[in-house]
Write a protein that binds this ligand. Structure first.
Ligand code: PHB
Length: 250
């Protein structure tokens, strides 16, 4: 791809434009996109215009830009994510109906937990996860499960830090996180009291593949002092069901 005077390729600039959209910032003006992508205004306007024309971005009547349905359509066809989500949904619905708290599905993606699905109850408590949002591995129950059953190289890279403090209860000492990962492997689940926000406790189990790695994590977000026994029982049962569904051909 042709390079700009600053040396970055057209692809780099398009990726930077798309990455300015986050779970909490889904609508922006073209000028904001340009500023956040570190692009000159004219370049940003041209790239945004091209992407709108291609349907990858949308522009509303007031000129505000958001991610286009065409981009969602293409990305949702990613067969792996679709397969994991479809395999997990019936079991997640059962967990959610019985526990009546947020039930979530995450996979490991570039050293973070990426959330593919979240089912909620109107009466369920606080939850900061968003579908297509990410959480740090060391600071969430889903992340700890994904990390505990990940390749050793991933564990070493993440433990090498920095381990960001998200709440006052987030473990940020690599030795403490290493001990927690050993506990998760021993117990087969993770309990993360207040790690991501003080008011809640995340509880997660792995969905294991044939190699014993975590293909995904299933989790429930409980009020901080809730007893996790029912959630754990339901999650373990759900994980077995999802593992079976993933093993059978579509
Ligand atoms: C967790 O997975 O530990 C978790 C996720 C979202 C929350 C709280 C805890 O809001």
């Amino acid at each position: 791809m042709a390079n700009s005077p600053s040396g970055d390729s057209v692809t780099d600039r398009i990726v930077r434009v798309l990455e300015t959209f986050t779970p909490s910032r889904s609508v922006q003006t073209a000028a904001e996109v340009g500023r956040r992508a570190g692009l000159p205004a004219s370049t940003a306007h041209r790239i945004v215009g091209d992407l709108v024309e291609a349907g990858l971005l949308d522009r509303d009547g007031e000129g505000r830009i958001s991610v286009g349905l065409r981009l969602w359509e293409l990305a949702t066809r990613s067969s792996h994510v679709l397969r994991v989500r479809q395999a997990a949904l019936p079991a997640m619905e059962r967990v959610q109906a019985r526990v009546r708290e947020h039930t979530q599905l995450a996979i490991l993606e570039q050293d973070e937990a990426l959330f593919l699905e979240r089912l909620s109850d109107p009466r369920a408590g606080a939850n900061i996860t968003r579908i297509a949002g990410r959480l740090p591995l060391h600071a969430s129950s889903s992340g700890l499960v994904l990390l505990a059953f990940a390749e050793p190289a991933v564990q070493e890279r993440v433990l090498g830090g920095p381990l960001r403090r998200v709440s006052a209860s987030t473990p940020t000492d690599p030795a403490a996180v290493r001990r927690k990962l050993a506990e998760v492997r021993r117990l087969g689940h993770a309990i993360a009291p207040g790690y991501i926000e003080e008011v809640s406790t995340g509880v997660a189990v792995p969905v294991r593949d044939d190699a014993g790695r975590a293909a995904a994590a299933l989790s429930v977000v409980l009020p901080r002092d809730a007893v996790p026994a029912l959630a754990l029982e339901e999650l373990h049962r759900a994980a077995l069901e999802v593992e079976r569904a993933l093993r059978s051909p579509l």
